[in-house]
Each structure stands twice: as C-alpha cells, then as structure tokens.
Write a protein that binds this ligand. Structure first.
Ligand code: UT7
Length: 326
C-alpha cells in the first residue's frame, strides 16, 4: 500500500451572482429570513450556455496550475455531480477530453451532496491500492438549473460551482479514516422524482414540476445535524483521534445553522471551521472542495493540520473523512 496526499486544489464559480435582494423580487421572501434561517447572502448561477462540465473544467485547470501538472499527468478523472451534462456519457469523459487528456480513465459518481466525501474515499483508495498514481476528483454542480424557481423553500438554497483536488501517491499517508453511510428507505425526503427509470419524463411530470428538486426541509435538517456529528465521531474514532485533535472542520455548506449545531457539539470554534455558505449557497458535491480550495489558497489550512471533511445529502447519505494535510 502506498500513501496518498492532495497536491492540487482549484475551484470555479459562474460569474452571475444572485443575492438575497434579487430573490425578494421573485417571491415572498426577505434577506432577513434567508440570512437568519440559512446564513446565505449570495449564490452563483450559471448562464443558459454553461453546463456542469464547463465549471468542472475551470476548477480542474486551476487545480492543475496549483499542482504544476499537465492533464496527461493524471491517470483518472472522477466527477461527483447530481446534474451531469447528459444522462450519459459521463461528464468526467467530457472534462478529460476538453483538458486534452487522452485515453485516461474517467467516470462520474452520484451520491448527491455526499459526492465529495464518497469520491475522496474512492479516489484515495485507488491511489493507496496502487491502481493509479494520480487521480483528479471534481465536485461540480449546476443546481440552479434543477430547482423549481417558484418554490421559495428550495430556490433560495442552491448555487452552482465546482471544486477540484488532485490526489497523488505519497510515502506519507494523508488519508487517516473514512466513515460512509446511507439510508435509502425514504428517497422522497430529498429527490428529483421524474427523469429516471422510475418515472421517465412526460408532460404530466413537467406540469407537476416533478423534474425539479423536492425537499422536506425540516426532516432533512434533523437528519443532517445528527449524521454530521455521528459520522465525524465515527471517523475520528477509526483514526484513533479525539475531537480536540481536529485543526479544521470543512463541512458541506447546506445551512449555517446545521454547521453551527455540529460545531457546538464537536467543540470546534468558528476560526477552525471553514464556512463560505454566505457566498455560494449550497453547491452540493462542490461545496467541500470549493471551501477547501479557498482555505488552502488563503493559507488557512497548512501542512500538519488534521482536517475533517464531513457531508450529507440525498440518499439519504452521509460521510466524513479525516485527513492529515501534507
Ligand atoms: O444539501 C442537501 C441537504 N439539504 C439541507 O440540509 C437543507 C436542510 N433544511 C434546511 O436547511 C431548512 O429546513 C430550510 C432552510 C430549508 C428551511 O428552514 P426551516 O427553519 O426548516 O423552515 P421551515 O421549512 O420549517 O419553514 C418555516 C416557514 C414556513 O412558513 P409557515 O408554514 O411556518 O407559515 C415556510 O413556508 O418559513 C416559510 N418559508 C419561507 N419564508 C420566507 C420557507 N421558505 C421561505 C423563504 N422565505 N424562502
């Protein structure tokens, strides 16, 4: 077994910024409600011509520049997303080709907002097992295209963006532990009901807006707090570490109140938790790698730091990874 470390980080968000004031003109809501209930102030939304692969590509280029690597240096490309360019082919194939990486392994992963946590576990395992020397993992989403813009309960929450990491084989091992979980018994709590084989798209589905995100917010909120804490606890236990050993928590950015509740339990003070929800909203599988890229580029996360990545989302699904930054 080899070790693995992250040698490159990158992120990208579309130019267009939608702030809470703009949302006030769409339906009955207020900056006060959105800020106090979610912590969100702004989110980035794609233009009509931008797709998930475009954001992924930009984040990938940033990560390659950070690592001073060429696209051909990467052996496998993985994109975690709930809203790929197409049902198939995989968005990762499109990204790898647009980068000019020829004949490389490329595939997508779909586990909603937990995509980066699951992806980091899979990508790390590929490197640690010696299958690949370098793997690029990109979380990329264009959820503004998937929300029902008449539903104030969800339209305010989601933003678009992409974050990328490059994993490389290393003598020292940054991957300390992973805890993943799922419960698919109640998919109706958070899903897009139509457009898959259970209910292919038809006119009725479109009339019902069943092609858009539906969420039972309160139920998901309770689940999120519980699982975020449990996954972090379990991953730390697997790594043989205590809560007090954590230098940085980088959580999925779904709701500032969810993050605050977890931080309180985990006894993490605000300066050791990376929060950028005010700028991006909830970007699903992209939220953790965007936050990581910003924190590393700002010099906040430094070699030697113990970092916990923790996420949750549709599935329902959840997970945490404990990482020693190298
Ligand atoms: O990443 C995937 C995982 N997703 C999440 O983790 C999201 C988890 N859930 C949440 O973050 C929160 O449940 C929400 C932010 C979605 C909603 O906050 P809440 O405090 O749970 O509000 P609520 O759904 O209980 O609604 C409270 C009230 C309702 O009015 P009534 O029924 O009390 O009269 C809603 O209709 O707030 C109303 N409301 C709004 N009011 C103003 C819902 N959305 C809005 C809005 N503006 N945008």
């Amino acid at each position: 077994m080899s070790g693995v470390k992250i040698v490159g980080v990158g992120h990208h968000a579309p130019e267009r910024i939608v702030d809470n004031a703009e949302l006030e003109t769409w339906f009955e809501t207020s900056d006060e409600w959105i800020t106090s209930r979610t912590g969100m102030k702004r989110r980035h939304w794609t233009s009509e011509n931008e797709a998930t692969s475009d954001l992924a590509l930009a984040a990938a280029r940033n990560a390659l520049a950070f690592a001073k690597l060429e696209p051909s240096d990467i052996d496998a490309y993985i994109v975690a997303t709930v809203y790929p360019d197409f049902l198939f082919p995989a968005t990762a194939c499109i990204v790898a080709s647009k980068l000019g990486a020829v004949d490389k392994a490329a595939f997508d992963m779909e586990i909603a907002c937990s995509g980066f946590i699951y992806g980091l576990t899979v990508a790390s395992s590929l490197v640690r097992a010696g299958v690949y020397k370098r793997v690029m993992l990109i979380g990329a989403e264009t959820l503004s295209k998937l929300v029902n813009k008449d539903d104030r309960g969800t339209a305010i929450l989601f933003g678009d963006g992409a974050g990328a990491v490059i994993l490389e084989a290393s003598e020292q091992d940054s991957f300390l532990a992973s805890e993943l979980g799922s419960d698919g018994s109640r998919p109706e709590l958070l899903r897009v009901a139509a457009g898959g084989s259970r209910r292919p798209l038809d006119h009725l589905a479109l009339d019902e807006r069943a092609d858009r995100i539906y969420m039972e917010g309160r139920e998901v909120f309770k689940f999120a707090v519980t699982k975020m804490i449990a996954a972090t606890d379990a991953a730390l236990a697997k790594a043989g570490l205590q809560k007090s050993d954590v230098d940085f928590l980088i959580p999925h950015q779904a709701n500032k109140r969810i993050i605050d509740a977890a931080m309180k339990y985990l006894e993490i003070p605000p300066e050791r938790c990376v929060v950028n929800i005010q700028e991006y909203g909830n970007t699903s599988a992209a939220s953790i790698p965007i936050a990581l890229s910003e924190a590393v580029r700002a010099g906040r996360v430094k070699p030697g730091d113990t970092v916990v990545f923790v996420g949750f989302g549709g599935g329902l699904s959840w997970g945490a990874v404990v990482w020693k930054w190298a």
